[in-house]
Structure formats: structure tokens, C-alpha cells
Design a protein around this ligand. Structure first.
Ligand SMILES: CC(C)(COP(=O)(O)OP(=O)(O)OC[C@H]1O[C@@H](n2cnc3c(N)ncnc32)[C@H](O)[C@@H]1OP(=O)(O)O)[C@@H](O)C(=O)NCCC(=O)NCCS
Length: 141
């Protein structure tokens, strides 16, 4: 049974490195601000299978504030496509409005969880094409 917890930066670096920084030095998987960010993981059978991090980095879109940036979303390649990433993403969405710069390949993953694309696609050096996306709870009817 999968469950989600807060994790320490040192617990996630190897998975982040393997999935998001392939072929680059391990240090490239350490992000500025990691020490101040909050890190979340999804575990199954005591294995850390999905990680993501939330950084305090507010943006304003259409007059609404999105205080936290989601970064480093990564699922172990052996269990991608099994719904585990969505499970962790939905869990952290309970923490309030979020934004991220999504890799284009992951855009539909976020859209399915209710995220909205804003602005134009852009290129992040060494990482590739991205799309900024935001998520906020739907107002009560
Ligand atoms: C994107 C990612 C975190 C999703 O996690 P996951 O556990 O596979 O997600 P789920 O099983 O809940 O959802 C699967 C959906 O994610 C997307 N997806 C699946 N594999 C993917 C991959 N290798 N890269 C990007 N997106 C992927 C697809 O839209 C897929 O939809 P489908 O089931 O209709 O094919 C994971 O696939 C991953 O780590 N990809 C590589 C790193 C990455 O792109 N991270 C996002 C950075 S913004």
C-alpha cells in the first residue's frame, strides 16, 4: 500500500538525479533552496518511488497568488504510468495553490490533475521545452 510522507533532501537526491538529471553530475540534482524547501515522497514497501519538492517562490496570475513552486517531480522509471505520481501530486494539492514549469512531456500529467497552462512554451537551458502551469482549489459554488 503506497503512502506519502515528508522527506529530507538527502533522501530524494538519488531518485531526482536518476530521473531528471540523467548523464549529468550528481550535484546537478541539488537545487538552490533545497535546504529551505519542503520535500514529499511516496513510499511502497519501504521504497521511495516518487518525489517532489515545494519551494516558497510566489507568482501572481490573473490577480491570484500562487505561493509555492513545485519542482523535481519524479517517479522511479520502473513504476511510471501506474498512478503513483498522480497520487502524490493530488496529496500536495491539499496544501494550496501551486505553480510549476512543466516539461512538455509531463503537461498532460498535470492537466489531468486540474492544472492550467499559462503563457507560452519556453526553453530551460540543459533541460528542454517547458510550459508554466498553475493549480488552485476550485472555489465553492
Ligand atoms: C511525469 C511523471 C512524474 C508522472 O509520474 P507517474 O507516476 O508516471 O504518473 P501517473 O502514472 O500518475 O500518470 C501517468 C501519466 O504521466 C505521463 N507520463 C508517463 N510517463 C511519462 C514520462 N516518462 N515522462 C513524462 N510524462 C510521463 C503521461 O501523461 C501518463 O499518462 P498516461 O497514463 O495516459 O500515459 C513521471 O512519468 C516521470 O518521472 N517522468 C520523467 C520526469 C518528468 O518528466 N518529470 C516531470 C517534470 S515537470
Amino acid at each position: 500500500m503506497a503512502h506519502c510522507t515528508l522527506i529530507r533532501p538527502d533522501q530524494l537526491i538519488d531518485l531526482r538525479w536518476r530521473v531528471l538529471r540523467q548523464g549529468r553530475p550528481r550535484e546537478s540534482a541539488v537545487f538552490p533552496g533545497d535546504a529551505q524547501a519542503t520535500h514529499h515522497g511516496l513510499w511502497q514497501d519501504e521504497q521511495l518511488l516518487v518525489v517532489l519538492s515545494l519551494f516558497s517562490n510566489p507568482i501572481v496570475h490573473n490577480g491570484a497568488i500562487y505561493p509555492q513552486q513545485l519542482r523535481g517531480m519524479a517517479t522511479d522509471p520502473v513504476c511510471q504510468g501506474q498512478g503513483l505520481g498522480s497520487q502524490l501530486l493530488i496529496e500536495v494539492q491539499s496544501l494550496g495553490p501551486l505553480w510549476c514549469n512543466a516539461r512538455l512531456r509531463a503537461r498532460t500529467f498535470y492537466a489531468r490533475a486540474g492544472w492550467q497552462a499559462i503563457g507560452s512554451e519556453f526553453d530551460l537551458p540543459k533541460v528542454g521545452p517547458h510550459q508554466r502551469m498553475v493549480w488552485a482549489p476550485k472555489p465553492c459554488p
